[in-house]
Design a protein around this ligand. Structure first.
Ligand code: ACO
Length: 311
């Protein structure tokens, strides 16, 4: 590294010019991006599991077609993100193995079970809604390939959020039993959705540096507050309630105040001790093992093509 390279990197960050794969960048900037983009990619592909469980049980052909499209979109998001991570010089297979071995994280939210149909609309609305708040901010992240991947991902997440809310409206306008199912799903997914934004700012070891490098554009607490402010009126529009006795509108600040998050629960889930951590990783390991023949066949085909091209 020369002083000139370092100065140029800093000037690009200060001047809001995207850092591109061929540009010089500090080792820790590269490592932070590989960690965050890799974890983000893992979240997309693990996130297919709780919803995938309901593909055969969707209540109508229309809901099934929408859910199928959504789950396929998540696979696509994972692929863009693994590709973006690879531009930083890491191998997708290596990242994936680290996730399978529990050495890389994925979002805590996907370690909760989907118990009834109402969970699927609520995931679309709350979980994808939380993901959008985080990801719209990432459209301006300083690393070019990550920022560009986010633009398309956000458009698709927006469809996911809207289809989820539309399906919640159908339940809210349905029978008493459907309204009870909806409230139950909101009760179970509300707090885990707030946890998606990570630990509070005082306990977020990566934030200061990621904000300085403009990898993150807002703190965890800022984005969490934005999500709460966006979402509480939507809960009310559905005629449902937020499972938080401390929730209150604060006219002075123009924000909702909300209760204390159960940080012990978040730490436990992140540490691999959530309700479904074991099941999720076991499903991904099974899929990896079952797909070995596809990877071997693709490699053999590529080698054959190379030999043909060279001849
Ligand atoms: N689930 C799992 N791990 C988490 C979570 C969470 N909800 N929140 C924080 N963590 C982890 C961090 O990855 C970090 O671990 P590490 O240092 O071993 O990598 C640790 O907890 C401390 O947190 P922070 O210092 O706040 O970490 P960071 O600055 O990376 O912020 C955040 C966390 C906000 C999740 C950030 O990484 C991010 O914006 N990632 C991109 C978005 C993303 O991954 N979304 C996934 C869900 S979206 C979906 O629909 C698939």
């Amino acid at each position: 590294m020369t002083n000139q390279q370092q100065r140029r990197f800093e000037a690009d960050i200060a001047g809001e010019r995207a850092i591109e794969p061929q540009d010089w960048m500090p080792d820790d900037y590269r490592k932070t991006l590989i960690r965050q983009i890799g974890q983000h990619a893992h979240s997309e592909v693990v996130g297919m599991l709780p919803e995938g469980n309901w593909l055969t049980r969707a209540p109508s052909l229309r809901r099934k077609a929408i859910l199928l499209a959504k789950v396929q979109d998540e696979a696509g998001h994972g692929l863009y993100l693994y590709s973006a991570a690879e531009t930083l010089g890491c191998a997708r297979e290596d990242l994936y193995r680290k996730m399978l071995e529990g050495r890389m994280k994925y979002s805590s939210i996907f370690n909760y079970p989907t118990l009834n149909w109402a969970d699927i609309p609520v995931i679309g609305w709350l979980v994808d809604g939380a993901a959008i708040v985080n990801q719209v901010a990432l459209c301006r992240t300083s690393y070019g390939p990550y920022a560009r991947a986010m633009v398309k991902i956000c458009k698709e997440e927006s469809f996911h959020q809207r289809q989820g809310f539309e399906a919640c409206v159908a339940l809210a306008n349905g029978s008493d039993e459907q309204r009870r199912m909806l409230q139950d799903a909101i009760n179970r997914f509300w707090w885990p959705s707030l946890m998606m934004f990570g630990p509070d700012d005082a306990r977020s070891p990566n934030s200061a540096r990621s904000l300085a490098w403009k990898i993150k554009r807002h703190t965890n607490d800022e984005l969490r507050q934005r999500f709460v402010d966006n979402t509480v009126p939507q809960v009310e529009a559905l005629g449902m309630t937020v499972p938080d006795p401390d929730l209150a509108w604060d006219a002075a600040s123009g924000h909702y105040r909300f209760g204390e998050i159960n940080w012990t629960e978040l730490n436990e889930v992140i540490a691999g001790r959530g309700i479904c951590n074991h099941e999720r990783l076991a499903a991904k390991r099974r899929a990896w093992d079952k797909g070995a023949w596809v990877r071997e066949a693709a490699l053999a085909w590529a080698e054959k093509q190379q030999r043909t091209d060279a001849a």
